[in-house]
Design a protein around this ligand. Structure first.
Ligand code: APR
Length: 241
C-alpha cells in the first residue's frame, strides 16, 4: 500500500463515488454484467421522455429499487464505513460527491454527501418542485402532498438530459481540493467523468479505486484495482498511520 499518501499532506479531500461502492451491499451497478442497464433501455427508464411515454414503468422501476434499498438485506458495506471514518478523522475538509441514489453513505455515517443524481428516498412535485421524503411506493395515482394533484409526483432522480444537482458546490470544492478519490465509477457519464480533470488541472493528487480499469484510469496519479470493500479499509488506515 502506498506510504506517501498520508493525511498530513492534505487539507481538502473530494471523493466521487459511483455504483461500484454499493455493489458489495447487493445493489446492482449499471454497466457491469447483469447490471441495471442490461434489462432496461436507459432512454425508457431514465429520461423525461421515457417517463412521459410510460410513467407506470418508470414509477415501478424506482419503486422496486426503493423497496430493495429498504429491505433487511441491504446495508452499508466496509467501503462506505471506511469513507465515513475518513471524513470523521480527517482534520481538513471532506466532500463526498456521489452519483448513487441510495442512502448507504449516510447510513454509514458520512455527513457531507452531495447526491448529484438525486435520491431514491425522495420524490418531487413536477409543478412546484417541492421535494418530499418517501419510503413508500408512489405512482400516477398518488395525490401530491403540496398540490394534491394525482400524477404530479416524480422520482427525485436526475435523468439523462437533465442537469445534475449541486454543480456550483462541486465546481468550488474541485477547484480547491488537494486530494481527489474516484471510487466505484466507470467514468462513462458526464459531468462526473470530468471531475478528475478539474481536480488534476489545479494540482490535486488523483487516485482511482475501482474493480476494473476504466477509460480514465491512465489519467490518475495512482489506481488501485479491486473491490472497494477490500481496498478502502487498508487505504484509510495507511492514510492515518
Ligand atoms: N468495488 C469497486 N468498484 C466496483 C465494484 C466493487 N465492489 N463493483 C463494480 N465496480 C466498478 C465497476 O468496475 C464499474 O467500473 O464500479 C463501476 C460501476 O460503473 P457503472 O455501472 O457505470 O456505474 P456508475 O459509474 O456509477 O454510473 C454513473 O450512470 O447510468 C447512470 O445515473 C447513473 O449514476 C449512474 C451513472
Amino acid at each position: 500500500m502506498q506510504k506517501d499518501i498520508h493525511h498530513k499532506k492534505f487539507t481538502s479531500i473530494v471523493i466521487l463515488t459511483g455504483a461500484g461502492i454499493s455493489a458489495e451491499s447487493g445493489i446492482k451497478t449499471f454497466r457491469d454484467e447483469d447490471g441495471l442497464w442490461e434489462n432496461h433501455r436507459v432512454e425508457d427508464i431514465a429520461s423525461p421522455e421515457g417517463f412521459q411515454r410510460n410513467p407506470k414503468m418508470v414509477y415501478n422501476f424506482y419503486n422496486e429499487r426503493r423497496k430493495q434499498l429498504l429491505s433487511n438485506e441491504v446495508k452499508p458495506n466496509r467501503g462506505h464505513m471506511a469513507l465515513a471514518q475518513l471524513e470523521n478523522d480527517f482534520k481538513g475538509q471532506t466532500t463526498l460527491i456521489t452519483q448513487n441514489v441510495d442512502d448507504l453513505h449516510e447510513r454509514a455515517g458520512s455527513k457531507s454527501v452531495l447526491h448529484m443524481h438525486g435520491e431514491l428516498l425522495k420524490m418531487r412535485c413536477q409543478f412546484t418542485n417541492q421535494v418530499f421524503l418517501t419510503k413508500k411506493s408512489f405512482d400516477e395515482k398518488t395525490a401530491c402532498l403540496c398540490c394534491h394533484k394525482p400524477g404530479a409526483l416524480r422520482p427525485h432522480i436526475v435523468w439523462f438530459g437533465e442537469v445534475p444537482f449541486y454543480m456550483d458546490d462541486i465546481q468550488r470544492v474541485l477547484e480547491k481540493c488537494d486530494l481527489f478519490l474516484s471510487i466505484g465509477t466507470s467514468g462513462q457519464v458526464y459531468p462526473a467523468a470530468m471531475f478528475m480533470q478539474v481536480a488534476r488541472q489545479q494540482g490535486a493528487l488523483t487516485i482511482e479505486i475501482n474493480k476494473d480499469p476504466t477509460a480514465n484510469s491512465p489519467l490518475f496519479d495512482k489506481t488501485f484495482h479491486g473491490k472497494a470493500g477490500d481496498i478502502l479499509p487498508d487505504f484509510i488506515s495507511n492514510f492515518f498511520a
